[in-house]
Design a protein around this ligand. Sequence first.
Ligand SMILES: *Cc1c(COP(=O)(O)O)cnc(C)c1O
Length: 578
Amino acid sequence: MSVLNYAENISESLLTTFERNAIFRKIAYFSMEIGISQDLPTYSGGLGILAGDILKSAADLGVPLAAVTLLYRKGYFRQELTEEGDQVERPVEWEPEKLMSRLDNRVSVELEGRTVQVRAWGYVYVGHSGFPLPIYFLDTDLEANSPGDRSLTWELYGGDNRYRLCQEMILGVAGLRILRDLGYNNIKTFHLNEGHAGFISLELTRELGYEDFDKVRDEVIFTTHTPVPAGHDYFPYDLINSVVGESNSNRLRRMLGGGGVSMTELGLNFSRYVNAVSKKHAEVSRKMFGTEKVDYVTNGVHSTTWTCPGFARLYDKYIPAWRNDPSRLIQALQLPDEDIWKAHQAAKMRLFARVLEETGEEFDADVLTIGFARRAATYKRADLLFSDVRRLLDVCSGQVQFIFAGKAHPHDKPAKEIIKRIFDLAKEIGAAIPIVFLENYNMELAQVLTAGVDVWLNTPIRPREASGTSGMKCVHNGVMNFSVLDGWWIEGWIEDVTGWSIGPAPHEADLIEYDEMQDAQDLYNKLEEKVIPTYYSDRRKWIYMMKNTIALNASYFNTHRVVKEYCEKAYGTIFRAH
Ligand SMILES: *Cc1c(COP(=O)(O)O)cnc(C)c1O
């Protein structure tokens, strides 16, 4: 990728320039994971890739922002699957020294009574217009630290609650100290991407003279991503006491009261602006947190990262302004049908070459192909499709092919069982309905998948999908969504125009139980009555829908729009126009 080569050559000198210009950066973006490219395995899934996409658009738009995360020397694991469909986790070997610059700056943070030294690696992402955006990766793997402390920044979402608390102290407290050490003394907004970096407010409280909570609030904004209480980090005070020390522990008690430390509560109570990541998610969050203070900025994806080469060429020809202004994709209705179809078939064949190489299965480019790929979390219900196998065979035999992918978190047994179940079913019914599971879902595979299938399936349990972003990658490639009405899809869905819904329309922010079989039945019915007949018998309408998907969805669900919204609503900064 040109970005990487560029960064290798210029990183060092650019970073020196940054230290001189740090004073002009007004926004610091903190995230537990950041996914910028395939070569930096410092992300696990949607949250990190969203962070990366936002940073890319911020660089494209010239927003004066710097970002902080952890280094994760061991990466997030590489997934292999045995013949039986059991997930095996392999470490990812990577060498930060080849991609980033090691900075000399050192700060320290007190953890469990020890002084842990922290340094940072600098990486520069350069936007389309040449505007550079620095990302700092924190690292405790220093000789000065004990072996246990050296491993604190090795693993993303590894270890126990204590390990996690240490990492969050490093991100929030050491992260802010590193920025100060680098000369970032004019930050007006600390943006917490999820609660993990909430300890920034602890450090700001110390900087600002201990008790001036209003001043702290004035400097922080908080984006929540989790629509269920169980998904929020929570640390009991006995753990807090032993890790952060007495004075910090006392300060946290003054900030939050007794009980324990909920990172979400810290984010909510110590920020001037709070947002959810879709309209529906805002409603759910307001109810869950019992406050009206939650606004929303619906997520997006970085358009040029997620548009496949064939479609990028088409857009360049007919809508040249799209690279700097993806909202222009609204003009996609004028793209010639034939060109759209060719671009799509090219992406489909690229995906099928991959399928053949990796699985030995030969997929047919004239057969309707449905994709499902995301973290294998149980609420995402990758196996809803198989709730009624006889009906599935009835509807899809000889007419549909399926491609699955997704990693299960190493400790998530039920998710691993879902992968295995799909594996078993693929063997059982593969003669009638070809099904493959591709290993090691990551950014690169996501690019190939979200461009190469005909339809993208998403069947989460409502209202568990805060936003979802993979479907937005698809719409940049004219791939239609066929999805449960949750997260972003409620805002993007126009039936028979941008795709199809599954299950009932959403009512308020209800977290009530509902009959899950209803979703499965609706899925089969719509496949039978709409998706399959349109694909095979009404190609004109299909292509009309592809164009509308690009025009109505890609023009809006992109991170250029997201970053502009953050500037207007949350940062109080105007982006540098071109
Ligand atoms: C986009 C992406 C995700 C997030 O997809 P969701 O639809 O939000 O679940 C996860 N993993 C990878 C590798 C991705 O590219």
